[in-house]
Unconditional design. Structure first.
Ligand SMILES: C[S@@+](CC[C@H](N)C(=O)[O-])C[C@H]1O[C@@H](n2cnc3c(N)ncnc32)[C@H](O)[C@@H]1O
Length: 196
């Protein structure tokens, strides 16, 4: 899986973003997302945690989807808006600045692809809305689901709550009869859940 076909200016922004906190997603996670976009040609994409819009711009480069994003940080939201203008995607984008926990319940309609990449400690809280908003046959891709590794004993005590939260999230995805979920070791681990 590769990132070929993306504008060099976007690839350069991705490299720069990797050097700061909360960077954009891992190369292999993006490559997987792009393969989903190419194969499935989603009509509507939702991203929780848009950051500077780099993954959004990459997905919009390889498919004709309309995109909805949610980002809490006003500086990143402004940067994302700049990037959507720079790469000429503004007319396909709706970007909400605010808390995903408040905005998700207000969203309507169906999405073919949801990329959950906001605060990991809120994944469980967001799940019912992701489920509601996902079209049948659509894909929920949750990033960083093995963020603290796979062995609970190896997790430092002060990170245990987050580790337990992620473990519970993985279990809910796996046990939910509405989803068919597979896990991959890309980046910090991704869950790919198809809504039956
Ligand atoms: C890992 S970054 C997202 C990277 C982005 N998806 C990408 O691949 O380029 C996580 C983002 O979630 C945002 N975030 C944190 N809490 C949030 C919340 N409650 N609602 C919406 N966004 C939030 C952060 O500001 C940060 O930009």
């Amino acid at each position: 899986m590769e990132l070929n076909g993306l504008p060099p200016a976007l690839l350069a922004l991705r490299e720069a973003a990797k050097t700061v906190r909360d960077p954009t997603c891992a190369d292999e996670t993006l490559a997987y997302l792009l393969s989903l976009c190419r194969e499935r040609s989603p009509a509507r994409i939702l991203e929780i945690g848009t950051a500077e819009g780099l993954t959004a711009c990459a997905m919009l480069t390889v498919c004709g989807a309309r995109y909805t994003g949610i980002e809490l940080d006003p500086v990143r939201t402004a940067k994302a808006r700049e990037n959507f203008i720079r790469f000429a995607f503004s007319d396909r984008v709706t970007l909400f600045e605010g808390d995903a926990g408040e905005i998700l319940p207000l969203l309507q309609g169906e999405y073919d692809l949801i990329f959950a990449d906001g605060p990991k400690v809120q994944y469980l809280r967001y799940l019912p809305d992701c489920k509601r908003l996902l079209k049948r046959g659509g894909v929920l891709l949750s990033d960083d689901v093995f963020f603290l590794g796979k062995e609970m004993e190896a997790v430092p005590k002060k990170r245990r709550m987050l580790a337990l939260h992620l473990a519970e999230y993985r279990q809910q995805l796996q046990n939910d009869p509405v989803f068919e979920t597979k896990f991959y070791d890309y980046g910090e681990g991704i869950a790919v859940s198809i809504k039956r």
